[in-house]
Design a protein around this ligand. Structure first.
Ligand code: 13P
Ligand code: SF4
Length: 315
């Protein structure tokens, strides 16, 4: 079958099996365009809570599909490729993190959603790039906090809020690789462009940015801002939505190295139309988690959703 046929067959099966397709912005454009819901980690998590379908096909990476399962344990959750992991989640092994926690017994743990279910069970509250500052700021200034696993996001929040959270030494290989040299070169070439960056980028990159935010935050910024050109320091997939929302604007991705003009997440890009079709046809690979993991990982995620909701009501 070719891609068009995989797409047609997938959509047919989706109807027959009462399935829903959730996709992250870093997926290939063809998958983004087929999705019932597309969003950042926060949006995807919120959406997963209320889904009433029999099957969720998750076009994203493993920790995202796990989060959907934790939030909606009664629904079968499929991930087209089980190898679609995340370098950031992998940089925080639970055994080592348990030891790290013991070194800081009077600290609470705030974990970025890009971590395994096992790390979530060791956390007091979860945050995403879309609400990290808000979650941290919901605690008193004198609260001692461990922030895991992304030291770039944690460092950004420390600078933004004037806190001194203890940071786990993890990074996302896709964002951490983006260099200030490359960005300065692009800024010189495109003097009329604004720089927008994901908070998983290194501190010097974030210092240069006109806007720092989640994928949804960046997308909304480019839609509502008056500029016509943007240098985008994140994964290439988001450009598809930016162009759809603002067809007359120009978007330049900060490349991961001199030899290419893109910055792809190798894990996000493991999902293909063929794998999407096969996983729904065979109903595998499925995300399965033990009940105690679901229960213990759910608490810090629910706490995050509670804090997000309270904030919305106050606004
Ligand atoms: P967002 O929640 O901002 O979409 O980020 C997810 C992610 O994996 C970034 O690398
Ligand atoms: Fe993980 Fe980085 Fe890929 Fe996001 S871009 S899924 S943080 S490896």
């Amino acid at each position: 079958m070719n891609n068009l046929e995989y797409k047609r067959e997938f959509l047919k099966l989706k109807k027959e099996k009462n399935a829903v397709l959730l996709a992250h912005y870093y997926q290939i454009p063809e998958i983004q365009d087929m999705a019932d819901y597309i969003g950042d980690s926060l949006g995807l998590a919120k959406t997963a809570v209320d889904i009433e379908a029999d099957i969720i096909v998750f076009a994203g990476v493993h920790f995202m599909a796990e989060t959907a399962k934790i939030l909606n344990p009664g629904t079968k959750v499929l991930l087209p490729d089980l190898e679609a992991g995340c370098s950031l989640a992998a940089s925080c092994p639970p055994v080592d993190f348990k030891k790290f926690k013991k070194l800081h017994p009077d600290h609470i743990v705030i974990s970025y959603i890009n971590c395994s279910a096992a790390i979530k069970t060791l956390s007091d509250v979860i945050c995403t790039s879309g609400n990290a500052v808000q979650i941290v700021e919901s605690f008193p200034k004198n609260q001692k906090i461990i922030f895991a696993p992304d030291k770039n996001l944690g460092g950004y929040i420390n600078r933004f809020t004037g806190r001194n959270m203890v940071l786990w030494d993890g990074i996302c290989e896709v964002h951490d690789i983006l260099s200030t040299e490359m960005i300065i070169k692009l800024k010189i070439e495109h003097k009329d462009a604004k720089l927008i960056a994901h908070p998983e980028c290194k501190a010097p990159v974030l210092e240069l940015a006109d806007f720092v935010g989640s994928t949804t935050g960046m997308l909304n910024f480019t839609k509502n801002d008056e500029s016509k050109k943007y240098i985008v320091a994140t994964e290439t997939g988001i450009i598809h939505q930016m162009k759809k929302k603002s067809p007359n604007k120009e978007f330049i991705v900060v490349p991961s190295d001199e030899t290419c003009s893109c910055n792809d997440c190798p894990y996000m890009k493991m999902n293909t139309l063929k794998k999407l079709y096969l996983c729904l046809k065979n109903e595998t690979p499925e995300i399965n988690l033990a009940d105690d993991v679901i229960n213990n990982a759910l608490k810090p995620i629910e706490k995050m959703l509670d804090i997000s909701m309270k904030h919305k009501l106050v606004k």
